[in-house]
Design a protein around this ligand. Structure first.
Ligand code: NAD
Ligand code: GLY
Length: 362
């Protein structure tokens, strides 16, 4: 068993711990302080359930436990899946003091978290994230949602978990492509707030790709620490939390224009971050040496550094329907240097059009 790290997301009476370590799903009693003697409903999917549900059930002991295995995939991040959870909670007569546990990647965490936010106007829940992306990003911070045919994550709520339990051993079964997608979000933290962490990632890229436990543990711990600090400062994304969207407006447009599922979210974020870096350099904020370091790191992590060929008009339209658009203006995260960024809608739109023309038709 490796060291156990604990980070606190500091939100007053809604503060909660993020527990990170190897073998946590086998550590008797680890969930007891958060579960008490509550009835438990577990939300997982048909990939993760067969791998880890038995282990989680064993941790929960003799409490009353029920569970649902949703069909796998972003296409099932729907109101229908959300409703199927609620139907089971109602049929099982779960009361307001029941506790929901999400066991899976960001899709399961987002749908299950939203069901916990809505059922009986909100019941407690615990996130047990099993993808790298969910461990470093989606399980922390209380954003929950399902998709609408009109756009990603359009229906949801802020609802903070009571705890996040990250057993790094679950990454052993994660496909390589999914691991790399999570690494893209880790690089994001270095870029927006921590130049030293970015430099550490440059040195340890090969170890991360090789799933070296100590490197992964450090990367997950630091990412959670940085995200926890940002969420504590700006829970509802009135300001600083929007930095976490670095590269995401371009990335969401890539995902949408390439057809959902063709690019993983993390892959599109890597290419989107390279576009954001290029735009920042065009505006004179970022030095070309830094744009080079950013694309070199993504290359070392076997992630894409540019968007595929896509129609500029379609791409611009996709950027314009992103949730980050305020009063018709596309707010973008600009990099000033590695480790320093700002959110702004104050940039010359002709420059953005020129960047897209150059980047998308190559
Ligand atoms: P995902 O949940 O679809 O998981 C990726 C794949 O890995 C799935 O097939 C899943 O079944 C499988 N899987 C999960 N854990 C596994 C394991 N340990 N072993 C083997 N297979 C495993 O995708 P994701 O990348 O985890 O999450 C993406 C979702 O997260 C998107 O819907 C995105 O909108 C959301 N998200 C939310 C936030 C937030 O703040 N709430 C932040 C970022 C992303
Ligand atoms: N992943 C963006 C956020 O949590 O704010």
């Amino acid at each position: 068993m490796s060291e156990l790290s604990e980070q606190i997301v500091n939100l007053g009476e809604r503060s909660y711990p993020i527990l990170i370590g190897s073998g946590l799903l086998k550590q008797d009693g680890i969930l007891d302080p958060f579960v008490g003697d509550a009835d438990v409903f577990v939300v997982t999917n048909d990939v993760v359930g067969p791998l880890y549900l038995k282990m989680l059930n064993a941790l929960l002991g003799t409490r009353r436990i029920d569970s649902i295995e949703l069909p796998d995939g972003e296409v099932h991040k729907t109101i229908a899946s959300f409703e199927s959870i609620l139907d089971r909670l109602v049929a099982g007569r779960f009361a307001r003091d029941a506790l929901l546990i999400t066991l899976g990647g960001g899709v399961v965490g987002d749908i299950g978290g939203f069901a916990a936010a809505a059922y009986q106007r909100g019941i407690r829940f615990i996130q047990v994230p099993t993808t790298l992306l969910a461990q470093v990003d989606s399980a922390v911070g209380g954003k929950t949602a399902v998709n609408h045919p009109g756009g990603k994550n359009l229906i949801g709520a802020f609802h903070q978990p009571s705890a996040v339990l990250i057993d790094t051993d679950t990454l052993v079964t994660l496909p390589d492509r999914e691991l790399r997608a999570g690494l893209a979000e880790i690089v994001k933290y270095g870029l927006i707030v921590d130049a030293e962490f970015f430099a550490w990632l440059e040195v340890h890229a090969a170890e991360l790709l090789a799933r070296e436990p100590a490197a992964l543990h450090h990367a997950i711990r630091r990412s959670c620490q940085l995200k926890a600090a940002i969420v504590a400062e700006d829970e509802r994304e009135a300001g600083r939390r929007a930095l976490l969207n670095l590269g995401h407006t371009y990335g969401h447009a890539i995902e949408r224009c390439a057809g959902y599922g063709a690019w993983l979210h993390g892959e599109a974020v890597a290419a989107g971050i390279c576009m954001a870096a290029e735009f920042s350099a065009r505006l004179g904020y970022l030095e070309s040496g830094d744009t080079g370091r950013i694309s070199a790191l993504f290359t070392a992590l076997a992630l894409p550094t540019s968007a595929p060929k896509l129609g500029v008009d379609d791409f611009m339209a996709a950027m314009s329907i992103d949730k980050k658009v305020v009063a018709g203006e596309i707010r973008l995260v600009l990099l000033h240097s590695i480790g320093s960024a700002e959110v702004t809608a104050d940039y010359p739109s002709a420059e953005l059009a020129a960047l897209l023309a150059e980047q998308l038709v190559r």
